[in-house]
Write a protein that binds this ligand. Structure first.
Ligand SMILES: [Zn+2]
Length: 116
């Protein structure tokens, strides 16, 4: 059986087998990762897996697990992070009846009336 050497941040180099390693293959290369439980300290170690590491692990007999990464994870985000105050203001805004119009910054539509 092939021995695969990996590094635990606490214990240093450890020897593993293909069955010890979880290789997650995502729809985009940047989200690929691998992980293992360190045989010395039992800590689960997870690291990104670039193309070279994926090839190395597959060659060593590691079975890949396909994972779905939501597109939102890969979206470019700009602006400051959402704060608790933002969430509170949004919550208070939702309590009004015209929250959707206010959110879009438009005047609310006139309520429907019965024709004569
Ligand atoms: Zn360790």
């Amino acid at each position: 059986m092939t021995t695969i050497k990996a590094t635990c941040p606490a214990c240093g180099e450890v020897a593993l087998t293909a069955e010890d390693i979880v290789l997650r293959i995502a729809s985009v290369d940047e989200a690929n990762s691998y992980g293992f439980s360190c045989p010395r300290c039992s800590e689960f170690i997870q690291k990104p897996a670039d193309e070279r590491i994926v090839h190395l692990l597959l060659t060593g007999g590691v079975r890949p697990i396909p994972v779905h990464v939501p597109a939102e994870v890969l979206e470019y985000k700009e602006g400051p992070p959402i704060t608790h105050d933002d969430i509170l203001a949004f919550h208070e805004g939702l309590e009004g009846e015209r929250w959707f119009d206010e959110l879009l910054g438009r005047k609310p539509a006139a309520p429907p009336r019965l024709g004569a």
